[in-house]
Design a protein around this ligand. Structure first.
Ligand code: AMP
Length: 284
């Protein structure tokens, strides 16, 4: 049996409504070009609920001018196979952006201070786009729970906050980052990398490890941990977008890190922007 596909907001709402009669409904929002990181979310969702709705939508409102919207990788056939393999029940693939943003659309969700630093600062309007589409997916599906990856840790924090602030009533569940064998965080955008860039992309992981090793050895000065990570990025020729230690809840900058403080990294390899993050007190 292959996974069912719905292409309109109307059909998605109806499929979710029907599914909720049989028990809990779990939602996994994605932009497609699925990999094992996405599949880990679908698998976790399938363990939690009898029905798992996956969405595949390259949401134009979360891309800024000059970003990679038009060249974002797509592979619907492969995605459907991977959804099914991981335990997805049905997939919502809007037939076009008008399905989500019909003529006359004009209302957005404006997130607060959690969306201000890091990716929010570098990508103005990004989290407004993310919150708006996720709020719409929550409203259409009325899912009991929704799964997001810590790969996009700030996004997860912003969505948790939105869900609480707007009483959306969805249980927001975060899941750990899935990595390649050499430590690179899986990402659809890794497909942009040339062989040579792919080899250098492990610098983010090296940077995170350097900060973790230093923290384990007793270094708690946030600036020093950031500096160690920066060195690794520069050594491999990446252009640093940010390298910042922040607390894991409010995303504020501490002077001294504790084990739960997270190092957030964003860097360019050519035109490709990669992000990563992790708690400094974690090993591995
Ligand atoms: P995207 O398709 O990039 O918008 O990602 C869809 C969901 O998958 C988001 O919740 C991401 O945080 C999550 N995700 C992406 N990459 C990974 C990864 N390597 N490990 C775990 N979750 C991931």
């Amino acid at each position: 049996m292959s996974v069912a596909v719905v292409a309109t907001a109307h059909d998605f709402r109806r499929a979710c409504q029907e599914a909720r009669r049989d028990g809990e409904l779990a939602l996994v929002p994605t932009m497609g070009f699925l990999h094992a990181g996405h599949q880990s979310l679908i698998q976790a969702a399938a363990q939690r609920a009898p029905t798992v709705a996956v969405t595949i939508f390259v949401n134009p409102t979360q891309f800024g001018p000059g970003e990679d919207l038009s060249r974002y990788p797509r592979d619907l056939e492969g995605d459907l196979r991977k959804c099914e393999e991981a335990g997805g029940t049905f997939v919502f693939v809007p037939r076009g952006p008008e399905e989500i943003y019909p003529a006359g659309f004009q209302t957005s969700v404006e997130p607060g201070p959690l969306a201000a630093p890091l990716c929010g600062e570098r990508r103005p309007g990004h989290f407004r786009g993310v919150c708006t589409v996720v709020a719409k997916l929550f409203a259409l599906s009325r899912a009991d729970c929704a799964f997001f990856g810590e790969k996009d840790y700030q996004q997860l924090a912003v969505i948790r906050r939105m869900n609480a602030d707007l009483n959306l009533g969805v249980e927001v569940i975060g899941r750990p980052i899935v990595r390649e064998r050499d430590g690179l965080a899986m990402s659809s955008r890794n497909a942009y990398l040339s062989r040579e860039e792919r080899a250098r992309a492990t610098a983010l992981w090296k940077g995170l490890k350097a900060a973790r090793d230093a923290f384990t050895a007793g270094e708690v000065q946030a600036e020093r941990l950031e500096e160690l990570a920066r060195q690794k990025l520069v050594e491999d020729g990446l252009r640093i977008d940010y390298a910042e230690v922040r607390d894991s809840v409010e995303l504020q900058r501490p002077q001294k890190a504790d084990a739960t403080s997270r190092l957030f990294l964003a860097a360019f390899l050519g035109k490709t922007r990669l992000i990563d993050n992790g708690a400094v007190g974690e090993s591995g």
